[in-house]
Design a protein around this ligand. Structure first.
Ligand code: ATP
Ligand code: MG
Length: 273
């Protein structure tokens, strides 16, 4: 991947508009901190790039090395080198982790991976993320602790070796040692040419991986971009300076209260009795 251009993307999910004219440019070798207040569209943007069908793009475009990304199927995007680590990795009961990993690797190969190579690669990856490789025989994510799920996402990233990795709050729920382990994996992959977009609410991970760009999503669009110092500032001061210094008003997510709430109905009934 040389370049990903996101141009004026607007989208909705189940009729709710989320992204509004969102634009961002990513170049090979970037390590981007993607921040923004809760519910303003960070995960949505990553899902749109990966092709989650729950989100409907209503306008705008995204091009990967000049090709229309949004018209590609999810597996095609994955084969082009995109990978997403989920904020909340789903449990997949009935699917044995090892089978899932093998399918994931084989989908990218012409001939299926040999058992020996598969064993060596997965064992090394389990060691890197400091998880017990016995977990490979369990159902994917089922019963995993929060931190184990996050380590398991990074493990998958190690196995597929993406060109562009989208990491959605990969650091939430991780203990201090795990954070360091994951930062080491990211740094190693950065050296091997992987580009990263990393969503986090904290600067600990950003410090460990030396981000070179910051993008802030507010009200469904990238409202401000800067270098690593911008992520640092947000971590220290929060988002209020955006309004004071940049005139960016942060819309609240709460929907207007309905005229009649369940509570008021109940009160009316009590009064009627
Ligand atoms: N499938 C959906 N149906 C309806 N609304 C949705 C759906 N998915 C997301 N939203 C809404 O879109 C908004 C943006 O959500 P998103 O998950 O992108 O936020 P975020 O910036 O990642 O927040 P956080 O920091 O809390 O993870 C939220 O208000 C969310 O409730
Ligand atoms: Mg999110």
């Amino acid at each position: 991947m040389e370049n990903l251009t996101i141009e004026n993307i607007s989208c909705e999910a189940e009729g709710t508009p989320i992204l509004k004219d969102c634009s961002l440019e990513i170049n090979k070798g970037d390590c981007v901190a993607l921040l923004g207040p809760n519910g303003h569209g960070k995960s949505t943007l990553l899902n749109i790039l990966m092709g989650n069908p729950r989100y409907k793009v209503t306008s705008g475009k995204a091009t990967l090395d000049g090709e229309d990304l949004l018209s590609m199927e999810v597996d095609e995007r994955s084969k082009k080198g995109l990978f997403m680590a989920f904020q909340n990795p789903p449990d997949v009961p009935g699917v044995v982790t090892m089978d899932f990993f093998r399918g994931m690797i084989n989908a990218r190969l012409e001939k299926p991976v040999s058992l020996l190579k598969f064993y060596k690669e997965t064992t090394a990856a389990y060691e890197k993320v400091d998880l017990d490789s016995e977990m490979a025989s369990r159902h994917l994510n089922e019963g995993y602790s929060g931190g184990e799920k996050k380590r398991n996402e990074i493990l998958q990233m190690l196995l597929v070796k993406p060109k562009l990795a989208l990491l959605d709050e990969i650091d939430s729920g991780l203990d201090v040692d795990a954070l360091k382990i994951i930062a080491d994996v990211i740094n190693e992959m950065k050296e091997n040419g992987t580009t990263f977009i990393i969503v986090s609410h904290y600067d600990r991970l950003y410090d460990l991986v030396n981000v070179n760009k910051t993008a802030i999503i507010v009200n469904g669009k990238v409202a401000l971009e800067g270098d690593a110092s911008l992520a640092k500032r947000i971590s220290k001061e929060g988002y209020s300076f955006l309004e004071k210094e940049y005139d960016i008003k942060i819309e609240k997510n709460e929907k207007k209260a309905n005229d009649v709430s369940i509570g008021s109905c109940a009160v009316k009934q009590v009064i009627a009795k």
